[in-house]
Write a protein that binds this ligand. Structure first.
Ligand code: ATP
Length: 285
């Protein structure tokens, strides 16, 4: 029997441009992914049951077929005889349904983990193909990089070599926002500025936090705020503190404020904790 423990990190999108709607109903986007140091921990332990058993310390994490880790297992088991029984324990630290891609990250960890413990010998290209079958955000987590541009559905990944470590305060309000609903509500005519993600990347490489803060972009923000107007108040509250820029991450509802230092992030978090329960200080991994 073998055992493997993996960290499964969250992401924040610093830039998200919606380009157009595709024939398959999804949208083509251009996004900048940042991997942050807020991580789940996943423990894989092979067993003799011939099946998967998922457990989690978080009540909102489904332990059956709805769990993306289960779906990865089912997909691999169908095609590879070497896939046997396994216990998977998910210690959740990434807020669930927040737009930080916790489930997608867990799915990527499962692809990497099952490939190792069952000795499947799958190549990076094969793992990527499986990732794309299950969701758009999974691919990014298969790359050993903290930064990447995602195009297509967000699953075409170009890793970036950026050395800066950013501090951010993330606030996750207790509201549900569904990605499909957000994309439906997004008006493509409103695709905002003609900003180029390369200008943001250039300033990240220069470590110009001020410029980075002013270049944050999320085309989905208007739609998200229309669905959930409370988020505007949250954004305004974060702007009152030492933040260089405030933005909703992905399709929400998490809102992050970029700060110049850990100290500023911590002070802002202390203030936000007076009104919100899910507040996190995170840094680029
Ligand atoms: P994304 O940004 O990829 O759209 P998210 O961060 O908004 O995802 P997740 O935390 O991934 O949201 O959870 C979304 C839903 O997915 C949850 O409500 C949960 O029912 C389901 N889910 C499936 N697998 C997992 C998992 N391993 N961890 C957390 N949620 C999961």
């Amino acid at each position: 029997m073998s055992r493997l423990v993996l960290k499964s990190p969250a992401k924040i999108n610093l830039f998200l441009k919606v380009l157009n709607k595709r024939n398959d109903g999804f949208h083509n986007i251009e996004t900048l992914f940042q991997r942050v140091d807020l991580c789940d921990q996943i423990t894989f332990q092979t067993n003799s049951s011939g099946n998967i058993k998922i457990s989690s310390d978080h009540r909102d994490v489904p332990c059956g077929k709805k769990n993306l880790v289960y779906q990865v297992y089912a997909l691999l088991k169908k095609e590879h005889k070497a896939v046997k029984g396994v216990d998977v324990k998910i210690d959740k630290f990434i807020p669930v349904a927040a737009g930080m891609a916790g489930g997608s990250s867990n799915a990527a960890s499962a692809l990497i983990g099952f490939n190792k413990i069952f000795d499947l010998g799958l190549s990076s290209a094969q793992l990527l193909a499986y990732a794309r079958m299950l969701g758009s955000d999974i691919a990014f987590f298969l790359y050993d990089t903290n930064w990447a541009v995602g195009t297509g559905k967000g699953d075409q990944i170009r890793p970036l070599d950026i050395g800066v470590k950013l501090w951010q305060v993330v606030v996750v309000p207790c509201v549900k926002v569904y990605s499909a609903e957000v994309y439906k509500a997004h008006n493509l005519q409103l695709t905002k500025r003609n900003d180029d993600v390369n200008i943001l990347i250039y300033n990240l490489k220069k470590k110009d936090i001020n410029a980075v803060g002013s270049l944050l972009q999320n085309d989905l923000e208007d739609a998200i705020i229309r669905i959930c107007p409370k988020l505007l108040r949250l954004k305004e509250a974060l702007k009152l503190f030492d933040t260089q820029g405030v933005m909703i991450s992905g399709s929400g509802p998490s809102v992050f404020g970029l700060t110049r230092s850990q100290c500023e992030a911590q002070k802002t978090a202390t203030e936000m904790l007076k009104r919100y329960t899910r507040v996190y200080v995170v840094r680029t991994r």
